[in-house]
Design a protein around this ligand. Structure first.
Ligand code: HEC
Length: 134
């Protein structure tokens, strides 16, 4: 199911990339822009990169184990109404993830662009929103 969904997202992305390739904005196609921003060219690559960023920066606090401070805090916050592990959430939107990562909250530190680059954050939001309904 997930493979199918990623496949569909990839197909949609390829169609949109193809479309935009014919209408370059500001002299750059979105593919050229993606390369310039160091953004992977396919949705599957983007999500894989986001997962790697998550494992490196977030999993220590947000891994599925209840002993992890982020997971424990969210278990208390949502009392079972939403999953405590971020990777199991289906309600994530990019703006919320970006805000939390750049501003921090409570005992969660904020992350600077020198730690989590804008391109890494973009990949991270793709990963964390990949379960969200479209
Ligand atoms: C040092 C531990 C720690 C690290 C590292 C950490 N977080 Fe958190 N995070 C927390 C805690 C604790 C909370 C809950 C704060 C609260 O609301 O009390 C939280 C909350 C969040 C929330 C809000 C969820 C909600 O529904 O309220 C998001 C989104 C989030 N973190 C994403 C991330 C991402 C993405 C990373 C990696 C870049 C990350 N966090 C790294 C500890 C951490």
């Amino acid at each position: 199911m997930r493979i199918l969904k990623n496949g569909l997202a990839l197909a949609a992305l390829l169609v949109s990339l193809q479309g935009s390739a014919q209408v370059p904005e500001d002299g750059l196609t979105s593919r050229e822009l993606g390369i310039r921003l160091d953004v992977p060219s396919s949705q599957a690559e983007l999500i894989a990169r986001g997962e790697a960023v998550y494992q490196y920066w977030c999993n220590t606090c947000h891994g599925p184990e209840m002993l992890k401070p982020g997971t424990a805090a969210l278990a208390i916050k949502y009392r079972g109404e939403l999953p405590a592990a971020l990777t199991e959430r289906t309600d994530m939107v990019p703006e919320f993830v970006e805000l939390m990562v750049r501003e921090g909250i409570s005992m969660m530190p904020f992350f600077r662009p020198t730690e989590v680059s804008d391109a890494d954050l973009y990949a991270l939001t793709a990963y964390l929103t990949s379960n969200s309904g479209d």
